[in-house]
Design a protein around this ligand. Structure first.
Ligand code: HEC
Length: 280
């Protein structure tokens, strides 16, 4: 009796599920979601093959230093890096003296107050300062960028899906709008003041192409500064700013797995020892 009721209840559930599935499929066929240019032309990031990717990934210090140079000479004009201090750069292979010199020579100064007059003033950076913002505030930032706001880049590699690859692809992804896009979606023409970039979610980004030619930044370690290379290097640098202790995390994960494997054998041994001589 109980079994028959259970079967009937089960059958009723399956019946209701079947009806709703049929409903969903028939609306999807009769009234499909409209095709959009974003849906059809958005691209997923290419693999930038950074050394920090993967379970055992480690940073390439040389690459991080090149990335810092790209940030300094190109991106810092528009983007802040407010969660990183100059002295953090010791982690990527600079000495204390080099960090001091770098902070001193940084092109953007720290906002401050003139102690004598009380008026706004700027002063040179010291090692304990965070990287200064190029704009006084959001209003000034928008005013200088066609009303778009250049986001702080400290955490961008974590804030975007597949961040490190995304940053590298975005920087080299600028192109002309494909003719096919305009044919299919005549209304989707890139508006004035924006730039077509299929890696940006809505395809049109307010950032003008920052990396425009090979050799734009001169590297000191002899690496050829092609556009691709500069994009990858700055992506690697921003991966480090977003997660400076990535290597420790990878190391800890690896150690835990080793420990768990040893622990499994210890447990099996203990089990066998405790139950030795007991007839099952
Ligand atoms: C002339 C100013 C300018 C320069 C130089 C510049 N950017 Fe931007 N950037 C912007 C603006 C403006 C936005 C906002 C774009 C938008 O919201 O459409 C932006 C957005 C971004 C974004 C976020 C995209 C997103 O998913 O929201 C990233 C990442 C980025 N820039 C990286 C860089 C890097 C790396 C450099 C240096 C190689 C750089 N930018 C140089 C102005 C600039």
């Amino acid at each position: 009796m109980v079994r028959t009721i259970a079967l009937l209840v089960g059958a009723a559930f399956v019946f209701v599920l079947g009806i709703s599935l049929f409903g969903t499929i028939s609306t999807a066929i009769s009234d499909p979601a409209p095709e959009t240019a974003e849906h059809e032309f958005h691209l997923h990031p290419k693999d930038a093959e950074l050394s920090s990717a993967g379970m055992f990934g480690k940073f390439d210090r040389q690459q991080l230093q090149r990335g810092l140079k790209v940030y300094q000479e190109v991106c810092a004009a528009c983007h802040s890096l407010r969660y990183v201090s100059f002295r953090d750069l010791e982690q990527i292979g600079y000495s204390e003296g080099q960090v001091k010199a770098l902070a001193q020579a940084w092109p953007i100064e720290q906002p401050g107050v003139n102690p004598d007059t009380g008026e706004a003033a700027t002063r040179k950076n010291v090692a304990s300062d965070r990287f200064p913002s190029p704009y006084a505030n959001e209003v000034a930032a928008r005013a200088a960028n066609n009303n778009a706001l250049p986001p702080d880049l400290s955490l961008i590699a974590k804030a975007r899906h597949d961040g490190p690859n995304y940053v590298a692809s975005l920087l080299t992804g600028y192109q002309n709008q494909p003719a096919e896009l305009l044919r299919k979606f005549p209304d989707a023409k890139t508006p004035q003041g924006l730039y077509y970039n299929p890696y940006f979610p809505n395809l049109n980004i307010a950032m003008p192409p920052p990396i425009t030619s090979d050799g734009q930044v001169t590297y000191e370690d002899g690496t050829k500064s092609t556009r691709d290379q500069m994009a990858k290097d700055v992506a690697a640098f921003l991966t480090w700013t977003a997660e400076p202790n990535l290597e420790t995390r990878h190391g800890a994960g690896f150690a835990s797995v080793i420990f768990l494997i040893i622990f499994v054998f210890l447990t099996i041994g203990t089990y066998r020892n405790v139950w030795r001589g007991v007839k099952h």
